[in-house]
Design a protein around this ligand. Sequence first.
Ligand code: SF4
Ligand code: SF4
Length: 388
Amino acid sequence: MMKANSVLRGKIYRLLQFIVVACVFIIPFIKTSNGNSLFRFDVSTLHLYAFNQVVDFASFFSAFIAILLFTFLFIFTTQLLGRVWCGWLCPQSFFAIRIESYAKKIKNKTIKHIAEIFLAAVFALLLTLIWMMYFVSPYDFIDTLKNSHLTLIIGIVLFLFIFVDFAFVRFKWCKYICPYSKFQVVMTDDDTLYVGMIPGKESQCIDCKACLRVCPTHIDPRKNPDADCIYCETCVTACNKIFQKKENTHGILGYVWGKQDKLNLKRPNLIVTFIVSITLFFVLIYSILSTSDPVVISFSNDIKSLGNGVYTCNVEIKNNLDKPVRVRFNNPDNLAEIKPEIMRVYIQSTKTETITINTTGNIPDGKLVIEAHYNRHGHPLTYEINLK
Ligand code: SF4
Ligand code: SF4
């Protein structure tokens, strides 16, 4: 029975492999109803063709490179400095440490718990408001909350999530849940910086366990490197206090450069991530410079009226792309005809032409909106010219 099952399984996975390999070979040749490939990233136009959809990747290219750069910088930093993000920069740790250190001054357990809940609520509310303002303009924030139930619900859910984290989870998040910390742990190696016993000082430990009592992730700092250490340095401070009282010297815990306690920059993984990060940095700079404002259009302020609602105006088009562009003008409200409707500009060149604007309706406040389309799939550039 077992043998029959494994034979069947073998046939299924070979069939699946065959289907996947066949798809890999066939997909670039399949065309959809709009004539494009079923799935293909066209390098020459930076267009992603996917199931009848065309995504203009030119506008995302810099963002994509920036994400890659941050990813490699994150890997490089973690390989060299370990979980410094967690202890030094992470807002979650920042607030969790504050809540614990403020509340620990209160001796009564019930009042201490109430204080923790209160602080968690205040910090959660502050963080929720700030995070939401990255997605909703701070200047229209109250109006948006009043008018959009969805935004309000998202805000309430976000607040509850952060509140529960700050009030009840705190460092358990770092230890058991945070996906970022899991990634960091697998990237460290034997030479990565860690917080722990300074080599050679082991014999000076008086086993007071002050460091263990303050460690938020409940590990023994003397036995680091431990994957659960978040580099908060609370143990270092506790040990320093013990030794200052005892001998007026520094404690025996601190930062240690890996198992050899020696900064080692000649590690293949570190060198590779550094080179990739530097390369990505220059690619990002190049892509920003080369893709910023691919087509720049400017209308002159010197607009002449020829009477009967007809105007002339000079327009300059600068084409920064490595291909000719065809710019088509129109008024989205059909209040004016623009002649010539289409202007062609060669590769990397500038063209100036006088256009005629023939208004066919009442232009509110004399302000006419003109759309300039140069990319079949992208949004038009929008301008407002004053005909008064
Ligand atoms: S071992 Fe020290 S640095 Fe690491 S989490 Fe515990 S207290 Fe913080
Ligand atoms: S606080 Fe310092 S002396 Fe006390 S147990 Fe920890 S490492 Fe040893």
